[in-house]
Design a protein around this ligand. Structure first.
Ligand code: ADP
Ligand code: ZN
Ligand code: ZN
Length: 734
């Protein structure tokens, strides 16, 4: 009797044992198998071949089929997923299956798609014999030689990379020297880099030091913080550290923030190396995602570039991991398996024994602290590379100022001057839509989403009300539900409103708005970014999206319109986020030669944080903020977890809350703090009431121990059955 231990995506925190029928071979650990679970057919992953089981033999079911001859995940990835399951207290089966592309999760065979290719004909062979000693048609000659070299079959893409165009191939085909065919791309292992497709830039001193430091740690685990101001040439450093890796035939994994992965980014790597890349982001369809994943796994791709979840992509020959804009909050998954891609990437680099580079102009305080205490090597780039000069700042006191579309006279005047000089202006407001609320002028009643008890945001393009908490939409109300008055007015300003006001103020100027609404259509973001680079728009209005890593060579003025709410937030991370946003947004100004100017509108120009940032920069601010966190025992000087609770009835939550209160009293121990259960910052969303409980400890070990006990407790607690609960380790939004 042979046994197979598997994990499944069941939300049940354990593995399951099955029998291996005699006619089936022994599956590899890490291979997928098909099993029946309950009444359903499911894809499972083999994690062990145990000798015994504590399930009664007659209850064991056989596995139905083995889907993979070779394991999909190597042993380092296994260890990584196991580590992640225990660190985040999440079900291993869900983590395993989530790490696979959807098609593989659904049981499809892990086969590379075939690619377009060309086959040499006998006529072609003959022609080549005659042609090869002549200087006639050198490109055709080259194409035929390439085919002979590769036993008569070559992928279309390989021709293109060798500079042989479609039209040359068409000519050859029309002469019947070649014919179209298909090639399983499993034959196209990527060829190590021979020479660069583009000359590298000459590094400045700090860049050269960074490149040398990172290169010296090839083949071993070594974490680096590349702490470089915007425009200091971090990307050039990435490009140059990749060179030896790609020459050695190894692969690089590059993680970028969700909206940072643009055609611009990809093009820079393409242009330098001209090697096959695997691109993984949320916009891919299932087939493309699966193909890219397999390309990475079997080393058909040299560079794997993607957003958060690309972290789990297997690589045959990993050489380095790079996390660009490592401070970005999109690296933290905010639902189900709440992992932080940067933190898991560190563990991956350790298991794979490779260097990891975390780059940012505004490192997360956690990361900066690790660099300051010597756990990461701290590489600093303090000057702008190339032509760009550092921007200057102005705080604009808007107290008692007349505002037009949220813009003060000083900012409007500066816009006129900048536009007059033919340069671009960027306005930043982190609120999309036309207005954040619609209210009754007679009685003050706000038009609210009933399911969230929060104001609807008014949108004009197209006209509707949208709840930004649950995503629900409705037609614009004409009447107050409370008093029946038809006098409804908006309050507050969103990006749409600024856009339409500015169209009136600057009728001859082209305006581009960049937010989640304007870029929803596939390819829309890349298109508008391209138009901006081509100088087709002079005023750019955007949310946070605009702050991320784009190059806008002609922007010389940036204005941040409204940051005051962040100065007085109850979230202890709000000031860090504001500082990062401010620096990132400022970094968009004056990137190519012309000096940039950044305006910050505020009602609190004397605020300590703003003064510190403007006068002393992010590094100073961050060290000061770290000192403050240390005094108040906040992360990274303590460790936190957040239990989140959601239920359709407040009673269910309150009953559970009382029991947790008792639990806390019994389990209070030194070095651990169990805080009372509280309302979540958004106490109701989509009809569900939401509460949360913070757990804090002075050591990771204590935190994990306590969380394990709590989970065991919740799993057997009847009151917890009517509540959806989840655990968030190292939460970043509370
Ligand atoms: P970051 O990623 O730090 O924001 P980039 O790598 O995008 O910075 O570099 C900013 C600009 O400076 C780019 O236009 C880049 O080509 C240029 N640059 C970077 N390094 C150098 C260098 N050593 N010499 C000249 N120009 C450089
Ligand atoms: Zn809602
Ligand atoms: Zn009313």
């Amino acid at each position: 009797m042979r046994l197979v231990r598997v994990v499944l995506a069941t939300h049940i925190r354990r593995s399951f044992d099955y029998l291996l029928p005699e006619q089936l071979p022994t599956p590899a650990i890490g291979a997928r198998v098909q099993v029946v679970f309950g009444k359903r057919n499911m894809t499972a992953i083999v994690i062990e071949l145990p000798d015994e089981t504590n399930i009664a033999l007659e209850k064991l079911r056989p596995i139905e089929a083995i889907l993979d001859e070779q394991p999909l995940l190597n042993s380092q990835l296994h260890q990584l997923l196991r580590w992640a399951a225990s660190y985040y207290h999440y079900n291993l089966g869900d983590i395993y299956l989530q790490s696979l592309p959807k098609l593989l999760r659904q049981g499809q065979l892990a086969k590379h798609p075939t690619v377009k290719a060309w086959q040499l004909t006998d006529a072609g062979k003959h022609h080549y014999q005659q042609l090869k000693h002549t200087t006639k048609a050198p490109r055709q000659n080259q194409a035929l030689a390439l085919l002979i070299e590769h036993e008569g079959k070559v992928a279309h893409e390989i021709f293109l990379r060798a500079g042989i165009t479609q039209s040359i191939l068409s000519t050859l085909a029309s002469n019947h020297y070649v014919q179209p065919t298909e090639l399983s791309s499993s034959l196209t292992h990527y060829e190590p880099l021979a020479e660069l497709a583009e000359q590298p830039l000459k590094l400045n001193r700090e860049q050269a030091i960074a490149v040398a430091a990172i290169n010296s740690k090839a083949g071993q685990f070594a974490p680096f913080l590349l702490d470089g101001i915007t425009g200091s040439g971090k990307t050039e450093v990435y490009l140059q550290i990749l060179e030896p890796i790609l020459k050695a035939g190894q692969q690089a994994l590059i993680l970028v923030p969700e909206i940072g992965l643009t055609a611009q980014t990809i093009a820079r790597f393409e242009k330098r190396f001209n090697l096959p890349m695997a691109i993984l982001h949320s916009g891919l369809n299932d087939k493309a995602r699966c193909a890219a994943w397999l390309k990475a796994k079997d080393a058909h791709a040299a560079i794997i570039i993607g957003t958060r979840s690309a972290l789990f992509t297997p690589m045959l020959h990993p050489g380095i991991i790079i996390i660009d804009e490592e401070h970005d909050s999109s690296f933290k998954q905010q639902d189900t398996f709440r992992y932080h891609a940067r933190d898991v990437a560190l563990m991956r680099a350790k298991l794979e024994q490779i260097p990891i580079v975390m780059g940012s102009a505004t490192p997360a305080l956690e990361t900066l602290n690790n660099a300051l205490i010597g756990r990461y090597q701290h590489l600093e780039l303090t000057e702008r590379a190339g032509l760009a000069s550092v921007a200057s700042y102005a705080l604009v006191d808007i107290r008692a100022q007349p505002l037009r579309a949220g813009l003060s006279p000083q900012v409007l005047k500066a816009m006129q001057d900048t536009l007059g000089q033919g340069q671009q202006v960027m306005l930043f407001l982190n609120r999309r839509g036309y207005a954040p609320a619609l209210l009754c002028h007679e009685c003050g009643q706000v038009v609210e989403c009933e399911r969230c008890e929060r104001p609807y945001t008014l949108h004009h393009h197209p006209p509707h009300l949208a709840c930004h908490h649950c995503g629900s939409q409705r037609a614009i109300a004409k009447q107050c539900q409370h008093c029946g008055s038809t006098h409804l007015v908006t309050t507050g300003i969103g990006t749409e409103q600024i856009e339409s006001e500015l169209q009136q103020l600057f009728p001859d100027v082209s305006i581009a708005r960049i937010d989640r609404d304007s870029t929803r259509r596939k390819g829309a973001l890349d298109q508008v970014l391209e138009e901006i680079t081509q100088n087709q728009h002079q005023i750019l209005i955007g949310t946070q999206m605009l702050a991320k890593g784009h190059h806008f060579p002609s922007v010389t003025m940036v204005a941040i319109l409204d940051i005051d709410h962040a100065l007085f937030s109850s979230d202890f991370r709000a000031s860090e986020r504001l500082a990062q946003l401010f620096i990132q947004v400022s970094g968009r100004a004056g990137r190519s030669g012309m000096a940039g100017k950044v305006y910050l509108q505020t009602h609190h120009p004397e605020h300590e944080l703003l003064q510190d940032l403007i006068n002393n920069g992010y590094g100073h601010f961050a060290r000061f903020a770290l000192a403050e966190r240390k005094l108040t025992d906040l992360p990274p000087f303590s460790y936190q977890a957040l239990l989140r609770f959601e239920a359709t009835s407040l009673n269910h939550l309150n009953t559970l809350g009382q029991q947790l209160e008792q639990f806390a009293q019994q389990h209070q121990q030194s070095g651990c703090w169990i805080f009372p259960v509280n309302e979540a910052p958004v106490p109701k969303r989509a009809g569900k009431f939401r509460q949360q409980q913070l757990i804090q400890a002075n050591a990771r070990k204590n935190l994990h121990q306590l969380i394990s006990i709590l989970i065991d407790y919740l799993e057997q607690l009847p009151a917890a059955k009517r509540v959806r609960w989840s655990v968030d380790i190292d939460p970043i939004d509370m």
